[in-house]
Ligand binder design. Structure first.
Ligand code: ZN
Length: 315
């Protein structure tokens, strides 16, 4: 990565902590927790990181998350991510975590949260990285389950800045979660949601109008709907775009076809993020580098993208 790219101060606003679990750490945690893995070694696991769509990735992602058991595991996961941030001059993070991925396996909510929180705290004091944590609901599970998760979270209300919506998009439109998002907002939490990654522009409309989100996660399919484009430009609603993820999950065939710079030039408040870096081949820095290499992103464009990420912070 060019040094000028690395040196730009950036914020990362779309990152799933469970998606930053590198194969080496995954194997180390499996050994520590005496878990037998379905993969022979790190190389075999890495070779499995070839996906045709979002669901194929999610199946592997949930299998990998199974090695996370103790508070220390969640600390180590988060700490490893923050060190990557430090190396790439990411000065602020607003990561997601998926409590349901863990509570459904019998890991208590507070075990997950305490490990993450301690690492974020140490990241602030030792690495100078500020943060705001976002609790994300799994949309392939019923809204009832999301309500239960929100209830479990409320004793720790101050640990979060907002709620999000992730996992399988197609067939699970935002409108299914209108009530639980209303409840979360009534508790003073910000709302964000994945929309318009694989799903149609209608899902972005729903996320804006029904969930009343402050930021759209992904949102690259907004470009198919001119009226929607005009709205997100007029209202300067940030999009947390994840270029390498979009290529890995076949949202675009090749980075040369990605629309992020076209959106930027049209006045959309787009930002660059890594989504699930351990699975998609890179952190924020590698995502910026890919835009430079394949789309000819200029230094001026990189500066605007980095500034957008700082402007779009919720914390
Ligand atoms: Zn995501």
């Amino acid at each position: 990565m060019p040094e000028w790219l690395n040196a730009l101060p950036k914020a990362e606003l779309h990152l799933h902590l469970e998606g930053s679990l590198e194969p080496e750490l995954l194997f180390a945690l499996a050994e520590r927790n005496q878990i037998t893995l379905p993969w022979a070694d790190v190389e075999t696991l890495r070779a499995a990181y070839a996906f045709n769509n979002l669901q194929e990735f999610l199946d592997l992602y949930y299998a990998g998350a199974n090695v996370l058991r103790t508070e220390q595991d969640f600390y180590d996961l988060t700490w490893a991510y923050l060190q990557r941030c430090k190396a790439q001059n990411v000065i602020h993070v607003e990561p997601f975590f998926d409590p349901q991925t863990h509570t459904d396996r019998g890991i208590p909510f507070e075990v997950v949260l305490r490990g993450i929180q301690q690492a974020l705290h140490d990241g602030e004091t030792q690495l100078g990285i500020s943060h705001g944590l976002i609790l994300s609901f799994l949309r392939h599970l019923p809204e009832e389950e999301a309500f239960k998760t929100l209830e479990q979270a409320m004793p720790f209300r101050d640990a979060f800045i907002g709620v999000g919506l992730d996992s399988s998009e197609k067939g699970f439109p935002p409108r299914l979660f209108e009530r639980v998002f209303a409840k979360a907002r009534s508790e003073g939490l910000h709302a964000v949601a994945h929309a318009g990654e694989e799903g149609p522009p209608e899902y972005i409309w729903e996320a804006l109008d029904l969930l009343k989100i402050k930021r759209i996660d992904h949102g690259v399919r907004a470009i198919e709907d001119e009226r929607l484009m005009q709205r997100i430009i007029d209202e300067q609603i940030p999009l947390t775009v994840c270029p390498l993820s979009n290529i890995k999950l076949c949202v675009f065939e090749h980075m040369g076809q990605h629309n992020i710079l076209e959106m930027l030039e049209r006045g959309v408040k787009v930002t660059v993020n890594s989504d699930d870096p351990a699975y998609f081949g890179g952190y924020v820095g590698e995502n910026f580098a890919a835009l430079h290499e394949h789309l000819g992103m200029t230094e001026a464009q990189a500066k605007r993208l980095a500034q957008n990420s700082l402007d779009a912070r919720l914390a």
